[in-house]
Design a binder for this molecule. Structure first.
Ligand code: SF4
Length: 352
């Protein structure tokens, strides 16, 4: 389940989690659209500052830079103040997504007292909630505790891939697919919805293989999931992926690849969606030429679950550069980013 060399390398890149950040304010709060009740609705997103993911004590996932936001000194009192601020921030929305740079259900990260305070405080305002968790914290006990507050809930789990080799040797997640299935069955038994996150294009994997891996993973997760969010890689600070990217050895996936995964999994039972973070930017999923329109169409299709416009855009798009990149990439052992490499040479930061 763990590739110790990879885990150690990722660990060396992580900055200290002891830092002077405001313990009484969430990392960030904003409103966006999502479809947690079967239709697009305004949704509030809050990122609470916590001590962070339990996996950080040992290592981190190769793409995860959420440790940049944590503070090991956040206590229950700080969390309660953050919760009050989140409560006041919610004005015209009834749907809330909570991120914590870790697992909301991990009692070391969000102690029971803060969890109870949160659920009680939000119960008069929130009609639907999504929280994230690693599989190990999804237990019958935690689900009973969630349900006791009567807020309709969806739990989001980062599966990343249903292929254990990928999760172990590319994502460094410290888990596997059977643990996901076990957690998903607990959710099914508790009648709680599940959003499965998949990572499109982990490091050390050519783009074509990454597309096929995501398509297969969607199919493997679908029987357990209400919806599946296909998350194309975005480059976060101090991560292994950023190190590779800076050396020109990793390129985030093309938007055409995101479109392909969405279009080729239309037949599964669960909703399949993608909201590409950093889409059309260098650190996020992008095509060779700027294509903001495609990002917008992907968002729109994900929200409406009507993929007609995306299919039409894909069919008429000029994908020659994309397929030529895929063919070249599968012939060499690294995922080159020729444009970035050339820019670095021009800027003189790479000597040849
Ligand atoms: S489990 Fe989630 S929060 Fe923890 S290191 Fe991995 S991606 Fe980051």
């Amino acid at each position: 389940m763990i590739n110790r060399e990879l885990a150690a390398e990722v660990k060396t890149l992580m900055p200290s989690r002891e830092r002077e950040t405001d313990r009484n304010s969430p990392v960030s709060m904003w409103n966006e659209m999502d479809r947690l009740r079967g239709k697009p609705e305004p949704t509030t997103v809050v990122i609470f500052r916590t001590r962070g993911c339990s996996w950080y004590d040992f290592s981190s996932c190769s793409m995860c830079g959420y440790f940049n936001d944590v503070n090991t000194n956040v206590g229950v009192g700080n969390l309660k103040t953050q919760i009050d601020k989140a409560y006041d921030f919610m004005e015209n929305t009834k749907i809330l997504k909570i991120f914590t740079s870790g697992s909301f259900l991990d009692r070391r990260e969000v102690p029971k007292e803060a969890f109870d305070y949160f659920m009680k405080r939000m119960s008069d305002k929130v009609e639907k909630i999504l929280v994230e968790s690693r599989t190990e914290y999804v237990t019958e006990k935690t689900m009973e505790e969630m349900k006791s507050y009567g807020i309709d809930t969806r739990i989001a789990i980062g599966v990343e891939s249903s292929n254990d080799y990928v999760v172990k040797n590319m994502v460094n997640k410290g888990t596997n697919f059977s643990k996901f299935v076990k957690a998903a069955k607990v959710l099914q038994k508790s009648d709680i919805e599940l959003r499965s996150y998949l990572l499109l294009k982990p490091p050390f994997m050519p783009e074509e293989e990454a597309v096929l891996d995501s398509i297969k993973s969607v199919r493997d997760c679908a029987p357990y999931s209400t919806d599946i969010s296909v998350n194309p890689m975005n480059i976060q600070k101090n991560t292994l992926v950023e190190k590779l990217w800076k050396r020109g050895e990793y390129r985030p996936p093309w938007l055409w690849s995101v479109a392909r995964v969405l279009l080729e999994t239309q037949d599964v039972q669960a909703d399949v969606l993608s909201y590409p973070t950093g889409g059309d930017r260098e650190r996020g999923s992008h095509n060779d030429d700027h294509d903001r329109e495609l990002v917008n169409i992907i968002f729109k299709a994900s929200l409406s679950q009507d993929f007609g416009e995306l299919q039409e855009y894909y069919d008429r798009g000029d994908k020659r550069k994309y397929f030529s990149h895929l063919a070249n990439e599968s012939r060499i052992p690294v995922q080159y980013d020729l444009d970035s490499f050339i820019r670095k040479i021009s800027a003189g930061s790479v000597k040849i």
